[in-house]
Design a binder for this molecule. Structure first.
Ligand code: ARG
Length: 260
């Protein structure tokens, strides 16, 4: 096992341990990113699910890092607010917005019509692709081949929705994170994982014997989510995001994490 794989494996393990922790009841992990004195503009609370590198993961100091965390930090700075990141289950984010526990969510979240009934989506800041992870020797080569298989997904994600719709509930196993789903694939408990391409690359990198199929399941737009009807917050977040898209800041942040 190469050093890189080993390190990545350890990282995945510690992320997994965190994932398990976060799975217990209402356990949440909240931290202000900068520390120090509170900003004049108050606190901006961002919800995320930090099992999703390079968009969000937890580093060795238990800090949430990644593309979404960096973008959120710039948004907070521009608004003269202090950023607080609240880490929770992915399927808890939309309810947390509704309950006013967070001001916005950034979690590699796909903007889609069903969700837009519950939250308002900002302008899209990047795209993601649903891909299929399999074991290296797998006989699965197409989406079609998943029909007779057991597929792992992260609960409440678009991958969960597509697989449940296309393959039927019997063929889908839900996990609290893509990391845990990938572990089940490594252990042979499931035949494939359907999840977004960049996290998929990170999971495959962290484990021996896995590969990503060339087939693209779906292409999606990622956006920040704000509680439905909170136009004041919407205008703040969306206004800055539009600005960061236009001036190249978003592209610059993404390029720090994703090297094509
Ligand atoms: N893009 C997919 C969705 O919106 C998956 C997002 C999962 N994000 C996460 N931080 N775990 O459903």
């Amino acid at each position: 096992m190469g050093m890189k794989k080993k390190m990545a494996g350890l990282m995945a393990l510690s992320m997994m341990a965190f994932g398990v922790m976060a799975g217990c009841g209402s356990a949440q992990n909240s931290s202000t990113q900068d520390g120090g004195a509170p900003a004049e503009g108050g606190t901006l609370r961002m919800g995320t699910n930090a099992t999703f590198p390079p968009y969000e993961s937890v580093d060795e100091n238990n800090k949430v890092v990644g593309i979404d965390a960096d973008i959120a930090q710039v948004i907070a700075d521009k608004l003269n607010m202090e950023l607080e990141i609240i880490n929770m289950e992915f399927d808890a984010l939309i309810p947390a917005l509704g309950a006013g526990q967070i001001d916005f969510a950034m979690a590699g979240m796909t903007a889609k019509p069903e969700r837009a009934e519950q939250v308002d989506f900002s302008t899209s800041y990047t795209t993601g692709i649903q891909v299929i992870i399999v074991q290296e020797g797998s006989d699965i080569t197409t989406v079609e081949d998943l029909k007779s298989k057991k597929v792992g997904v992260q609960t409440g994600t678009t991958g969960d929705e597509y697989c449940s719709d296309d393959l039927g509930e019997d063929h889908v196993q839900r996990f609290e994170s893509g990391i845990v789903a990938t572990q089940a694939l490594v252990n042979g408990q499931i035949d494939a994982v359907v999840i977004d391409n960049e996290p998929a690359k990170a999971y495959v990198e962290a484990n021996e014997g896995l590969k990503i199929l060339d087939t693209q399941y779906a292409v999606e737009d990622y956006a920040a989510a704000i509680a439905k009807g909170n136009t004041e917050m919407y205008d703040k977040i969306n206004g800055v995001l539009e600005e960061l898209k236009a001036d190249g800041t978003i592209d610059k942040i993404i390029a720090e994490y994703i090297h094509e």
